[in-house]
Design a binder for this molecule. Structure first.
Ligand code: PMP
Length: 413
């Protein structure tokens, strides 16, 4: 991807869009570096939510009164907007879910329970988030299928030779994280899609950490399913999306039943609604769905290439500064080949203690296993600290992080 020539972000202007960045913690300016967990929300996305509740709050699809029609149009068009954002054909291919995890479970239950059986294999990676790992592990248990894991190299890349051996004609699903939320590795998902399709397997890509930070085109990638969350891309919590190729979603049975997802119901049987509504049972998350589309507009107005480059530069800078110290271990690929996050450990200090000390300096990072416990087993540690960057972060904030870490190093030396 050509990211070298993009115009740098005007970060000061961008910061003004996010009211929360004005916050102080105990009199100190907040330094928010926990964006891989949840990003902050710009004013216009907050407005989209409050406009809905102030002006046209009503249930969708059902009413023919004015408010319901306005809400229905906005909610349905939000699907088109989100589809466009990731290069899908249209609303038929975008199911709104609560988050990435629910998108995973939708495919696990709706596709996996029906399609998998003894002798079938699901191939995942050692760097999967629990959202996909636990889902496929449990669906495999229910169906008698088996999960296999593509190992990672010492540098935190996928071992593609092993991948080529693990994906066979027994493979029914390859489920791979696009960007690792712990290692910052960007995985070669198109290549994996080719390997999967050569063996007549489907491929599910977890895009929770890619969609917020880089241009994504699901058609060019040729994945069969793709999942992401609104709250990591300047949108609200409680909304996410499942992309699925139309012909696959068409053939899939829904697993959640009730109102809105049906076309006709008798005492004996029911017929399903058209896509994507057959997978959205009950009253959906209307306000957040509409605001999700607003977040797409916001990110597109700034430009995903520019956001991508900015995150990479901050991560590289953080990587370079942290690796100056011998008592710090940074996980994952080299600084110039990673997404906008850095997970690390100090020799002397547990990640939780470090995070707590950093909080005293108003620096918000994450400590723990980042929902990748098996990956942490491979890395030989139970937990790590993680700083993750977004479009409103600055080099000065990386400096604040590094200075606060240095204080912790000296405290525990
Ligand atoms: N996959 C990855 C790579 C993630 O980073 C996350 C969020 N930490 C998820 C899946 C799950 O996202 P959500 O909690 O929004 O379902």
């Amino acid at each position: 991807m050509a990211t070298q020539d993009v115009t740098p972000l005007d970060v000061e202007r961008i910061r003004a869009d996010f009211p929360i960045l004005e916050r102080e913690i105990d009199g100190q300016q907040l330094v928010y570096l926990d964006n891989a967990a949840t990003s902050q929300t710009p004013e216009r996305v907050i407005d989209a939510i409050s406009d809905y509740y102030r002006e046209y709050n009503a249930n969708v699809h059902r009413g023919i009164h004015q408010l319901s029609q306005e809400a229905s149009i906005a909610y349905e068009e939000a699907h088109d907007r989100v589809a466009e954002f990731v290069g899908a054909d249209g609303r038929e291919e975008i199911v709104f879910t609560g988050n990435t995890t629910e998108a995973m479970n939708t495919v696990g239950y709706a596709w996996g329970l029906n399609e998998l059986g003894p002798g079938d294999e699901v191939v995942l990676t050692e760097m999967e988030h629990h959202a996909s790992l636990v889902t496929w592990q449990q669906i495999a248990k229910l169906t008698g299928a088996e999960c296999k894991y593509i190992p990672i190299t010492d540098e935190g890349y996928l071992d593609m030779e092993a991948a080529a051996e693990l994906i066979t004609d027994d493979t029914e699903m390859v489920s791979v994280v696009h960007v690792s939320n712990t290692l910052g590795t960007v995985n070669p998902v198109s290549e994996l899609a080719d390997i999967a399709h050569d063996h007549d397997s489907l491929i599910f890509v977890d895009g929770a950490q890619s969609v917020p930070h880089q241009p994504v085109d699901v058609e060019a990638m040729d994945c069969d399913f793709f999942a992401f969350s609104g709250h990591k891309m300047c949108g609200p919590t409680g909304i996410g999306a499942l992309y699925g190729k139309e012909h696959i979603l068409e053939e899939m049975e829904p697993y959640s039943y009730g109102g809105d997802m049906i076309l006709k119901v008798t005492f004996e049987d029911s017929q399903w609604n058209e896509l994507p509504w057959k997978f959205e049972a009950g009253t959906p998350n209307i306000a957040d769905g509409i605001a999700f589309a607003e977040a797409c507009d916001y990110l597109d107005d700034i430009g995903l290439e520019r956001i991508h480059r900015h995150g990479q530069q901050l991560a590289e800078y953080a990587y370079d500064r942290l690796t100056e110290w011998d008592d710090v271990e940074v996980y994952g690929p080299p600084g110039d080949d990673r997404a906008g996050l850095v997970a690390f450990n100090l020799e002397t200090t547990h990640a939780h203690d470090l995070s707590s000390i950093l909080n005293d300096y108003a620096v918000a990072i994450r400590a723990g296993d980042h929902c990748t416990q098996p990956l942490h087993d491979v890395l030989g540690t139970a937990a790590s600290a993680r700083a993750s960057f977004y479009l409103y972060n600055t080099r000065e904030e990386v400096d604040a992080l590094v200075e606060a870490i240095d204080e912790a190093r000296q405290l525990f030396a």
